[in-house]
Ligand binder design. Structure first.
Ligand code: TTP
Length: 709
């Protein structure tokens, strides 16, 4: 549901920049001989030459449209050049287009706050840049105005027959009598023209733009004059623009709300909305939506440009139309594995390059039932906390699918069908990762430590880079707590309850070519605070991938370390199911770099005992300190709150730590609460840990346990 936001300021300068026939331009840059020729990008399949997904403006002149298939395009334009979308894992590979989009974003973001809205669209808040220009070099005093700016379309500007349009634009920009808002827009015209030219120069891509006082109007304007042009909406022209605009063309009115406005209220254009008082619209559609409708009819929109250069989510999807529909569980699993592999790769590179981690995995599908009166029933979207590592994502996505399928066709149907067709088909499938947050700052000490290890095995594995090191530090569920300890500014919001939720997002448009990024932001699923095992194993998964990539650069010794490490990991993985210990990684690669006396002491203690900490059934509800009396006996016990899954009957799985698994060298790196806990354990009589240990700040969150066999 749209939400009304008060106009933050009516003197903002907002631009919406949209690339022209984007995929075609990317392909033409790769094959310059195609420039200027009618060209289309197709998603190939045998049926009639595949579907067109991007069409050049030269081809559009012949009547070629995106809705056509290759063969139809050839009919209307025999000379059309059809370029296939690159394919990987049996599906469209959009990576080239994504990174081309990033090139553009990096240029556009130079002059103001920049929000990447999709693979080829960006919003810019240029208010500050415009105000500065107005103060220092106002357009009214400019003698020379750039040609590109003079080609702008200014809505409402009276271009009478025979008048020199560029001259009219020049006069509008130079007007001394203009009010402040128009003067700011005049600055916006100059800034955007300059940015667009810069994009062309650096990337060879053309783009179009809309310039207005808010996002809604800028977006409407950017598509009005394409390709390679810009359109401006002065406030005096807002009514003229909206009056005749079909209601369904407005963002968020293309669906059910738009249909209801047309059928129930007789509203066909945005201007038609003006006749309704706000209360009437609120009565019919609720307070928020009612106000939002009242506002948009007047061109009011307070939505801020978010300042986000990276996507909000990652997705990978594929459609299986007609006879390609997937009709057995193994077939679905096969494709899910491909999609998850791609998703996992992208998550790893996001972690690597941008230091961000995603927290929610969502599965969307479209399905049909061949013999069912309830054929309108939708396949439910499902979400769960995201665990890093391809195999884990695959496993979780498959579980989500099965949960969805059970709901869609009923438990009995799923159980009995096995590999055989059982009257359902999946026509599209996608997995997405959302709730992406930056790794909090202030958590890089272990990363620094990796860098400092000039003689260790780790140092020669530096290409794995410090991101992985940093991420490791975040891995425990206590990451929340850790960020508080080390960085008061870091804000990571982890909702509290784990749940397999019904995703509240309307089903995605599963055109696999489209970037799924912007549509997933509203997922409202819960988390458990117990996310550490996933993060830990995820980082290790990324680590492993990086290692694979670096294979040829690794010396013999490193190779040996790597294979031993991997062997050890593999052995554990089977048992631990994603909870391998960070300790193995630290152990033996850093003999006490911090020289802490406590670390040394702990080491001594560790050497002199083979005490084990058992976290589990027996010890539920007891802290390490409380258990310290029992510490003389082995094993020792401690609370596992927040760790491990409740078995439903209130019991938890039992976990145990071996004291010698805790590398003393990392103790000083831990939050004080954890240090206290360990000290209490080593010196039960001297140390009383703080009873108000924050949730997520238990040792169990820092030292991933070995599951008791
Ligand atoms: P659009 O911006 O919608 O279109 P476009 O850039 O091709 O053309 P225009 O100049 O009219 O804006 O989409 C951007 C890219 O996204 C497009 O080049 C291909 C891809 N895309 C799909 O793969 N499938 C789709 O259904 C749409 C709409 C776009």
């Amino acid at each position: 549901m749209p939400v009304a936001k008060p106009e933050s300021s009516d003197s903002r300068v907002i631009a919406h920049v949209d690339m022209d026939c984007f995929y075609v331009q990317v392909e033409q840059r790769k094959q310059p001989q195609l420039r200027g020729l009618p060209t289309a990008v197709v998603q190939y399949n045998e049926w009639k030459g595949g579907a067109l997904i991007a069409v050049s403006y030269e081809a559009r002149k012949f009547g070629v449209k995106r809705s056509m298939r290759g063969a139809e395009a050839k009919e209307v334009c025999p000379q059309i050049q059809l370029v296939q979308v690159p394919v990987a894992r049996g599906k469209a590979d959009l990576n080239g287009y994504r990174s081309a989009g990033s090139e553009v974003v990096s240029i556009l973001s130079r002059r103001g706050r920049c929000e990447r809205a999709s693979i080829d669209e960006v919003y810019l808040d240029l208010t500050d840049a415009a105000e500065t220009m107005l103060a220092e070099n106002p357009p009214q005093s400019l003698e020379k105005i750039d040609e590109e700016a003079l080609k702008s379309h200014i809505l409402g500007l009276n271009n009478e027959d025979g008048s020199d349009i560029k001259e009219n634009v020049r006069n509008w920009i130079n007007r001394h009598s203009a009010d402040h808002r128009d003067k700011l827009l005049a600055c916006g015209i100059l800034i955007v023209a300059e940015l667009r030219m810069q994009v062309l120069k650096e990337t060879e891509f053309t783009c179009s733009a809309g310039i207005a006082h808010n996002k809604m109007l800028a977006k409407l304007a950017s598509g009005m004059n394409k390709p390679s042009q810009q359109t401006v909406v002065p406030s005096s022209s807002v009514n003229g623009l909206l009056n005749t605009l079909p209601i369904r063309k407005m963002k968020q009115l293309g669906g059910k709300l738009g249909i209801s406005l047309q059928t129930d209220m007789g509203v066909n254009t945005v201007g038609d909305l003006l006749q309704f008082p706000e209360e009437k619209l609120q009565e019919r559609y609720g307070v928020n939506t009612g106000t939002w409708l009242w506002n948009i009819a007047r061109g009011i929109s307070g939505e801020a440009v978010e300042g986000r250069l990276l996507p909000k989510s990652h997705g990978s999807g594929k459609t299986f139309t007609g006879p390609r529909a997937l009709k057995t569980v193994p077939a679905v699993q096969h494709w899910l594995n491909q999609l998850c592999e791609e998703l996992s790769e992208r998550l790893c590179s996001d972690l690597d390059q941008n230091k961000r981690m995603a927290h929610t995995l969502t599965l969307h599908a479209r399905a049909y039932k061949s013999s069912d009166s309830d054929s309108q029933k939708k396949f439910p979207s499902k979400s769960c906390p995201l665990r890093y590592g391809t195999a884990k994502i695959q496993e979780d996505a498959f579980n989500l699918f099965q949960a969805g399928l059970r709901e869609y066709i009923g438990f009995y149907g799923v159980k009995t069908q096995g590999n055989h067709y059982s009257g359902w088909g999946i026509t599209s499938l996608s997995v997405s990762a959302s709730k992406i947050v930056p790794i909090p700052s202030g958590t890089c000490s272990i990363a620094k430590y990796f860098h400092g290890q000039s003689t260790s095995h780790f140092s020669s594995m530096q290409p794995l880079d410090n991101v992985n090191g940093e991420a490791m530090l975040l891995l425990p569920p206590g990451s929340e707590c850790y960020s508080e300890v080390n960085s008061p500014k870091a804000e990571v919001d982890f909702p509290k309850e784990e749940s397999w939720t019904e995703d509240t997002v309307p089903e995605l448009d599963l055109q696999e070519q489209k970037d799924l990024s912007s549509s997933l932001s509203k997922t409202q699923d819960g988390f458990t605070q117990d996310i550490s095992p996933s993060l830990l194993s995820g980082t290790e998964a990324c680590l492993e991938q990086s290692q694979n990539k670096q294979e040829s650069d690794i010396t013999k010794d490193e190779g040996q370390f790597k294979s031993e490490y991997n062997k050890e990991r593999k052995g554990k993985r089977v048992k631990d199911k994603g909870t391998p210990s960070i300790l193995e990684l630290f152990k033996s690669y850093n003999p006490y770099p911090f020289g802490s006396s406590f670390s040394q002491e702990l080491k001594k203690t560790a050497e002199g005992t083979d005490a084990r900490l058992t976290i589990g059934l027996e010890s539920k509800g007891h802290s390490l300190a409380e258990q310290s009396e029992v510490g003389k006996e082995k094993p020792m016990h401690c609370s596992s709150s927040g760790y491990g899954r409740d078995e439903g009957d209130g019991r938890r799985e039992a976990w145990s730590y071996s004291i010698d698994e805790i590398d003393p060298s990392v103790i000083d790196e831990l939050p004080p609460e954890i240090q206290d806990e360990i000290k209490a354990w080593v010196h039960p009589h001297k140390w009383r840990p703080n009873n108000t240990v924050r949730r997520g700040c238990k040792i169990s969150h820092y030292f991933s346990p070995t599951k008791k066999s």
